[in-house]
Design a protein around this ligand. Structure first.
Ligand code: HEC
Ligand code: HEC
Length: 268
């Protein structure tokens, strides 16, 4: 099911790009404008955003409304260990829901409910809800690191985490931004947005990659990366990422998070 859509997306994108090459010879700003409009549509092929919104807000069958835990704006909740889903990447969310439903990602703790919820949705539902959460662009609702600290959670040092995000740890850990983009702002289709993700979720995932209990990363990229992180590194990097600005002066690109795979890497 999934692969059929990926194939369609790729084919239609190729056809579209072919047409674009011809039309752009005719030139003009109007062509550029219609390119971005169509590219967004082509980026979420076969997804019904309205149906996704309904699932997110009301649930479906036995599956509860996603907003109960992920928040109405899709920004997640530290108290529930629930991640931000808003705008972190359409193809990535589709992949995660499929992995959760198919037994490839088996969270423990608060997240242990997710495989059942994902499996309770059809592949089409997963695609629809992924498309909807990727359209959520309301104001950020970031982790409250001070409140977490006050309630006894270990919170790292942002400036130490920033060094790992930018430079890694020499000979041990690759710089996070080499794959996830500037301050973790994402690089679809493969690398999700990890900047402004919830603090507690970042910590649980980095631990899970490190101990191998989360193992659905293509080419073991995250298990290799997390292998040499210390507990302190994890707390520091999560503290920095949870609050990391997505742009700097003169570096204001907002990466596209709709773009789907063109290489079939999501296939089982
Ligand atoms: C009872 C609370 C709860 C509900 C309801 C819930 N989730 Fe989750 N969800 C979680 C938690 C907790 C996690 C973290 C899993 C982990 O630790 O790996 C999670 C993880 C996810 C992830 C992985 C995100 C990532 O960044 O990799 C996706 C996607 C997701 N949920 C989508 C949904 C959708 C869609 C719905 C509604 C159909 C939903 N969730 C309903 C609690 C919930
Ligand atoms: C070699 C490329 C690469 C590097 C370097 C890398 N990552 Fe990743 N990361 C990935 C990929 C690919 C995924 C998506 C895994 C999947 O498909 O489930 C990912 C996923 C994640 C996730 C899960 C996001 C979510 O929503 O569940 C976190 C957290 C994460 N990376 C943190 C980091 C941190 C912190 C660093 C730096 C210490 C880092 N990554 C460096 C490739 C990389």
């Amino acid at each position: 099911m999934g692969s059929r859509y990926v194939g369609l997306g790729y084919q239609s994108m190729r056809t579209f790009l072919g047409k674009l090459a011809v039309t752009s010879l005719l030139g003009g700003a109007a062509v550029l404008f219609s390119f971005s409009a169509l590219a967004n549509e082509a980026g979420m092929p076969g997804a019904d955003v309205a149906s996704g919104k309904k699932i997110f807000s009301e649930g479906k069958g036995d599956v509860p409304a996603c907003l109960t835990c992920h928040g109405a704006g899709g920004w997640g909740m530290d108290a529930l260990g629930a991640p931000r889903l808003a705008g972190i990447g359409f193809p990535y969310i589709v992949k995660e829901l499929n992995d959760l439903a198919g037994g490839k990602r088996t969270p423990t703790g608060a997240g242990a409910v997710m495989p059942g919820f994902a499996a309770g949705l059809s592949p089409q539902d997963r695609r629809d809800v992924a498309a909807y959460v990727n359209t959520l662009s309301g104001p950020p609702d970031l982790s409250d690191l001070k409140a977490l600290k006050d309630s006894g959670t270990t919170v790292g040092e942002k400036y130490l985490g920033q060094a790992i995000v930018k430079y890694g740890v020499l000979g041990k850990v690759s710089a996070c931004q080499s794959c996830h983009g500037y301050n973790g702002r994402g690089a679809a289709p493969m690398f999700p947005v990890i900047g402004q993700q919830k603090y507690t979720y970042l910590v649980t995932q980095l631990n899970a990659w490190r101990d191998g209990s989360r193992a659905n990363d293509p080419y073991s990229m995250m298990r290799i990366t997390a292998h040499n992180l210390t507990d302190a590194d994890i707390a520091n990097v999560a503290a920095y990422l949870a609050m990391a600005p997505t742009t700097t002066f003169g570096n204001t690109i907002t990466p596209e998070t709709n773009r789907f795979s063109t290489g079939g890497w999501m296939e089982p």
